[in-house]
Design a protein. Structure first.
Length: 561
């Protein structure tokens, strides 16, 4: 054996040792994670499709489009198609469907040897909202951050790129330069690296999985070359029951809570979405522990969020802190959320909270904390428990920022801007903020809102929203948490059997296109109370960013993405 061969042999041994060290690093991170996913994970429903949702909201899905249940184990199987490089797997799901928890579970299962054994040397979890905190933006820096080690053998890793798997979680939380009115126009250095990774300009032979909400698909698709699209649908009926059993430590509490949910059609259907299931469980548990009877009957998703927020807001006359009143906290959360949405920001510093008169330590029902260390300085960052909360408070911000009887010119101007953005959205999906506003417009929800928060919904706001609602009638659009698929008749049985959805509604439709002159089925699951359909572990640097505590499968106030 000559000297070069000896060096290669020793290098191979060292790399094998480092791989095991990295696996242990991943396992330890998850074990230290409060509300971790180990032992409490609930299976999610995944379906595959040959193409993403059409960017044209008026386009009719083709009957022959592929749609079938799929398992995590087969996401990176070669399949029948041959690619020069591994295809990018895009995991789409509306807010709260379980994308983050699934991504973290994949990394943990790989680290324990139960997922993709022998297929990947390294599986890296990249939280898009966290990695942009890095001041430097290079491919090497990304690998150092993923390994949690500035001495990681990154050059050796890059020699076998085909043995690497990157999981980019939350592409929709990166800055969207196409968005109208976005205040921050230049890409963050690490955002630029992630864009290059998606375009396959760096680590071109690696495997790549990206999670995103559908609202960001119009900015993601131009970056993709070869891709495979997976839709995440949330919990099956059996998994909903298991989730309640895992959330409530007391079996009797779990049974009582599940009975309440089963008795309310809106609550039961909403629990298909893991993130909303967490909201419902947290709300029910708090009322049970207070010894109070559940008398509310939510009629839509907005009612569920209103019930949670009104339950966990501090009382109007807080004996412990006179400054921490419900109105003060509500206004602060709303202004913080609105500022974040306007600047495409999802992580906030303590100075941001002080600016909005908020105390992060006392608001753990709404905010998660993230320790951060840069050099010798330790900081604490905050995020909303889930993007859904930030969107909800953003919507409510239009109701609280000025006199309760009149929103004033500024709010009307901002609302009109939001309405214009909605009409210009290419993918036709209404944002959560607009969905919340439209729900509040409904008479029953509006009365409920005014009763809970002592805020009057102004007639002028109702008029603006009514105008928007009329404008949107001519546009085929989707609401968040609405899932529509077109299937051939012979595929419907296998799909329902494979993913075990029992609350699907079947509708026979006729395509207007001559080339597809045959009947097709539409599978629809929805949180809407209106059933009529109109035509037409985080792997990060220990000393940089800790994992956000947001999993829908743990006890306490964590919520998954």
């Amino acid at each position: 054996m000559n000297l070069l061969e000896l060096v290669d042999w020793l290098s191979h041994i060292c790399l094998n040792d480092y791989r095991e060290m990295y696996r242990e690093h991943v396992r330890c991170l998850e074990e230290r994670q409060e509300g971790g996913i180990r032992g409490s994970y609930n299976q999610l429903l995944l379906v595959t499709r040959s193409n993403p949702e059409s960017a044209d909201p008026s386009a009719c899905p083709l009957p022959e489009q592929e749609l079938a249940s799929v398992s995590v184990e087969t996401l990176f199987d070669p399949g029948e198609e041959s690619y020069q490089a591994p295809p990018t797997v895009v995991l789409q799901g509306s807010a709260g469907t379980g994308k983050t928890t699934l991504a973290r579970k994949m990394v943990l299962d790989w680290a324990t040897g139960t997922l993709y054994p022998g297929q990947f040397d390294y599986v890296f979890y990249v939280s898009c909202r966290e990695v942009v905190l890095l001041s430097e933006g290079t491919p090497d820096q990304l690998l150092f951050w993923c390994c949690g080690d500035n001495q990681a053998p990154v050059k050796e890793m890059q020699r076998e790129e085909e043995r690497l798997l990157f999981i980019l979680d939350g592409f929709d939380e990166l800055q969207r330069p196409f968005a109208t009115g976005l205040k921050r126009l230049s890409l963050n250095p690490m955002e630029n690296v992630l864009h290059r990774l998606i375009r396959r300009e760096v680590f071109s032979r690696c495997s790549l999985l990206i999670t995103t909400r559908p609202v960001a698909m119009c900015s993601l698709e131009p970056l993709l070359k070869q891709s495979r699209y997976i839709h995440i649908l949330g919990f099956s009926e059996d998994e909903r029951r298991r989730y309640f059993s895992s959330y409530f430590a007391d079996e009797e509490q779990a049974r009582n809570a599940f009975d309440i949910v089963q008795g309310n059609d809106v609550l039961y259907k909403s629990c298909q979405i893991p993130g909303i299931c967490w909201v419902i469980c947290s709300w029910l548990k708090e009322w049970m522990e207070r010894g109070r009877e559940i008398s509310e009957t939510p009629s839509n998703g907005t009612d569920i969020f209103m019930a949670y927020v009104s339950t966990f807001l501090p009382p109007s006359h807080n004996e412990d802190c006179a400054e921490l009143t419900s109105h003060r906290v509500l206004r602060g959360l709303c202004s913080l959320a609105a500022e974040g949405i306007q600047h495409q920001r999802f992580i906030f510093e303590e100075a941001d909270l002080r600016k909005h008169n908020l105390d992060g330590a006392s608001l753990d029902a709404f905010l998660s904390s993230m320790p951060y260390q840069e050099g010798g300085h330790a900081k604490t960052f905050y995020t909303f428990r889930h993007i859904s909360f930030q969107e909800f408070f953003h919507a409510v911000s239009y109701l609280v920022k000025e006199d309760q009887s009149d929103l004033g010119k500024e709010s009307h101007r901002e609302l009109r801007r939001l309405l214009e953005e909605e009409k210009e959205e290419e993918n036709g999906e209404i944002t959560l903020s607009m969905q919340f506003l439209l729900d509040i417009l409904k008479k029953e929800t509006s009365s409920n809102f005014e009763l809970k928060f002592f805020l009057k919904v102004s007639p002028s706001l109702k008029q603006e929203l009514m105008y928007f609602k009329e404008q949107m009638k001519s546009i085929k659009h989707k609401r968040a948490w609405d899932l529509e698929f077109s299937l051939n008749p012979f595929k419907i049985r296998n799909l329902v059997k494979g993913i075990q959805i029992s609350d699907v509604s079947l509708k026979v439709g006729q395509s207007n296109k001559k080339s597809h002159d045959r009947k097709s089925f539409s599978v629809k699951t929805s949180l809407r109370d209106e059933q009529k359909e109109k035509q037409g572990p985080v792997v990060g640097k220990d000393n940089i960013v800790k994992t956000q505590k947001e999993t829908s499968n743990g006890k306490g106030r964590e919520m998954e993405k």
